[in-house]
Ligand binder design. Structure first.
Ligand code: 13P
Length: 252
């Protein structure tokens, strides 16, 4: 078993209400019992409507809460319907997902994502920065150039890169039950780490997660890629059983 820190991060997307706290309770019960498994960090990124309520109920330090997006403007402002990193931090979020393809699809650009990263880092939120190519981009052999461009356009050398976790989420893999071929995925994760180090002239490789149709069955093969630092789990994180089985099977 690996003793490197691994992240299991749930992205609930537009799911959940107050009663869904039972999912977190179940996960918490499991985590408290399974401390002897490898070193791991569990984060659940839930809708904004639930962060404060869950934070108050969750006495455990074993699970952190995160948000899924924010407006780029820090503090308060005339942005109807929006929520800033400042507000999310005050609710109790420790992490924030930014650059998710579902938001990119609605018009979020690399430049907007950069501004969101800046305001989130200012608010001492840890950023889970999503990158990934579409099916067409993959078909046209553009995966590597897309990833490079997404990283270079949204990150800056002056950022505190220890507070940024990258998540490679191929768009074609999200919610489709399709995952990349293991050798391709391994090469992509290695490329992201190497390119990041070269670009930012650092010897520290970033943490890179994989996300896209992760489930209790495919986690075993994904666990063979030691360069993957953890997983960003969508649909399967909405069920305590599936989320726990993913962690359990990872360490089997
Ligand atoms: P699924 O696990 O449902 O494919 O979603 C992945 C995702 O978008 C996580 O951010």
């Amino acid at each position: 078993m690996t003793n490197k820190l691994k992240y299991f991060i749930g992205n609930w997307k537009m799911f959940g209400d107050f009663s869904s706290f039972k999912i977190i309770q179940e996960v918490n019960k499991y985590i408290s019992k399974s401390k002897n498994l490898g070193k791991k960090k569990i984060v659940l990124c839930v809708p904004n409507t639930l962060i404060h309520f869950y934070k108050k109920k969750l006495r455990s330090k074993l699970i952190s809460l995160g948000a899924q997006n924010c407006h780029f403007h820090e503090g308060y402002g005339a942005f109807t319907g929006s929520v800033s990193a400042t507000m999310l931090k005050r609710l109790g979020a420790e992490y924030i997902i930014l650059g998710h393809s579902e938001n990119r699809l609605e018009g979020e650009t690399n430049q907007i994502i950069k501004k969101k990263i800046i305001s989130s880092l200012n608010q001492k939120l840890k950023v889970i920065f999503c990158i990934g190519e579409t099916f067409n981009e993959k078909k046209n052999g553009k995966t590597y150039s897309i990833l490079r461009n997404q990283i270079k356009s949204s990150l800056q050398n002056k950022f505190n890169k220890n507070k940024i976790i990258l998540a490679y989420e191929p768009v074609w893999s999200i919610g489709t039950n399709k995952i990349p071929k293991m050798n391709e995925l391994e090469n992509i994760i290695k490329f992201i780490k190497k390119d990041f180090k070269l670009f930012f002239k650092t010897s520290n490789a970033p943490k890179v997660l994989y996300g896209g149709s992760v489930n209790p069955k495919n986690i075993k093969s994904l666990s063979s890629i030691s360069e993957i630092d953890g997983f960003l789990i969508g649909g399967a994180s909405q069920s305590s059983k599936k989320f726990i089985d993913i962690i359990e099977n990872y360490y089997k």
